[in-house]
Structures are given as structure tokens and as C-alpha cells.
Ligand binder design. Structure first.
Ligand code: B16
Ligand code: MG
Length: 216
């Protein structure tokens, strides 16, 4: 039986977190308050709707359903214009190296992202061909740390959850992987991603030997 490899998108494959941040900050500023990069940490891996709830909490703002939905649309339009010109140069270091190695060994590969914009982003950075399965924010009903996104990915790959490995940059994502009974690998800071089984600063720190050990 083979190992299934599941990749988060934002913060693992591409650094779109900075664009999400700029778009949320623009909205916060328009509503009259500051939104710091530090506060943006809690937005990672979290759904668009949940992010707006947290943002409005920070600003102490109450919104009608209609206003809420309009701000969701506004934020996404700003985000889309920020990522419009994204290309391969924005793929994080050594991501292709790892994907190519896994492909060479015919390993099943999935994307497991909370983003509803995952497909267009993968197309822009030309990584679509590596993925056998794409599960994103348009397929899930329960956000990370719920394991749903990764369980659907495993099912579609035809691999048991306990035979899957997940690469994640968000606390909520590591929790989701653990809740799914999968091996969690954090990409980022060890002190932030303390619940991950392994943590690496980025893919450059992961050597071929380590990947080989994960493959069945
Ligand atoms: P969208 P991931 C997540 O993607 C981001 O980390 C999170 O900050 C964002 O709010 C969420 O996608 C929804 O994104 O607004 O594009 O649907 O890290 O799970 O790949
Ligand atoms: Mg992420």
C-alpha cells in the first residue's frame, strides 16, 4: 500500500498569506481600525467567512447579514486583483523538488486547502499536473481543525488516513491532520506548530532521505 501525500496550499506551496493579509488590512482600514501581521496568524488555514468574523471582532463591529456578505465579496475581489499576476516565481523554495520526487515514485498526491481560489492559483503557478486530487474550500463544509478536508482527500486518493502525510503551515491545519489520524508535518516555526509530528522551516530543509522514509 502506498503513502498518500497531502499538501496545504497557502503557506506551503505558495506564499499567498501576504496577499490575504493585504486584502484583510485594506478592509480593516476602510472600517477604521488597524490589522497587524501578528493578528493575521490566526487567519491561516481558516475559512474566508471565519476570517471576517474574527476581523469584525477585532474591530468591534457588528454587521447585518447583507453587509457581512458584501465585505466577503469585497475582500475576495481585492485578493483576486492582488494574485492576478502571480506566476511560477512565487512557488516556495524546493516545492517542485519534492513534488517531482514523489511523482517519480508514483506516489498519490492531493491538495487539501481551505481556499476557494485554490484551482486558479495552481493554474497560475503551473502546478496542476502534479496533483491527482484537489480538495479545496468549494468542497468542504467543516473548516480546519476539522479533519474533513484531509479525509476527503484520502478517500479520493484511495489511501487510508493512517497512510497519509500532510504538509501544513497553520496551527488549525496541523490539528486537522492530527484529527484525521495522519502524519502531520509542519512547514514553519517549531514553536508555533508544536503539535506537528515533524517541523521544517521550509522544503529546503527536507532531504531526499526523509521523503524516502515516508514513502511506502
Ligand atoms: P479563500 P490554505 C486558506 O488556505 C488560507 O490559509 C486562509 O488564510 C484563507 O482565509 C482560506 O484559505 C480561504 O481562502 O478566501 O481564498 O477561499 O492554507 O488552507 O491553503
Ligand atoms: Mg496554509
Amino acid at each position: 500500500k502506498k503513502t498518500g501525500f497531502i499538501f496545504d496550499l497557502d503557506g506551503v506551496i505558495v506564499d499567498t498569506a501576504k496577499y490575504h493579509y493585504l486584502a484583510w488590512r485594506k478592509l480593516a482600514n476602510a472600517l477604521g481600525f488597524e490589522f497587524t501581521q501578528e493578528q493575521n496568524e490566526q487567519f491561516k488555514g481558516v475559512s474566508r467567512k471565519r476570517c471576517l468574523e474574527i476581523l469584525l471582532d477585532i474591530g468591534g463591529i457588528h454587521a447585518s447579514q447583507e453587509q457581512f456578505n458584501n465585505w466577503l465579496i469585497e475582500k475576495n475581489e481585492d485578493y483576486l486583483s492582488l494574485i492576478e499576476k502571480m506566476d511560477e516565481s512565487e512557488i516556495l523554495p524546493d516545492v517542485q523538488k519534492v513534488l517531482t520526487l514523489l511523482k517519480k515514485h508514483n506516489m498519490p498526491i492531493a491538495l487539501g486547502s481551505a481556499s476557494k481560489n485554490a484551482r486558479p492559483i495552481l493554474e497560475k503557478v503551473k502546478l496542476m499536473d502534479y496533483f491527482d486530487v484537489i480538495v479545496d474550500g468549494t468542497h468542504v463544509t467543516k473548516a480546519k481543525p476539522d479533519p474533513e478536508v484531509f479525509l476527503i482527500a484520502a478517500e479520493q486518493l484511495g489511501v487510508r488516513p493512517e497512510d497519509c502525510v500532510v504538509f501544513e503551515d497553520a496551527v488549525a491545519g496541523i490539528e486537522a491532520a492530527n484529527n484525521a489520524g495522519m502524519l502531520s508535518i509542519g512547514i514553519g516555526e517549531a514553536k508555533v506548530l508544536s503539535k506537528a509530528k515533524f517541523v521544517f522551516a521550509n522544503f529546503t530543509e527536507i532531504d531526499v532521505k526523509f521523503i524516502n522514509r515516508l514513502m511506502k
